[in-house]
Design a protein around this ligand. Sequence first.
Ligand code: ZN
Length: 114
Amino acid sequence: MPTSVFSQLDKSLHEHLSDLMRLAAKADDRTAVGLARTELPRMVSALKALLDEHQPDENGRCPTCRTRRFSRRLPSPCRAYLAAHLCLTITRDEDRVARSETSGRRPNHLRSAG
Ligand SMILES: [Zn+2]
């Protein structure tokens, strides 16, 4: 059945993403660095491929999500595009807040490299 094949694909993708989230949060530094080196480029590639599909045209409309039903709405990037931007921007802001809340200024992670 095609449905179960697709749901299996979807499930394994989400499990993979959950594993990455769990490892990013809980793994030791060495594992986290290795994870970043191997997985980050893959994540960026995946995100770029998705964004390419949803790149707004010169009027701000998404060529992939554009439907006749929505053609009268004001031009704006589609939800997929906006969601990607929001996720990346919000994560960066939270990181900034978390870093400044911990103990003022911490030396960065260079100390473990020497
Ligand atoms: Zn789109």
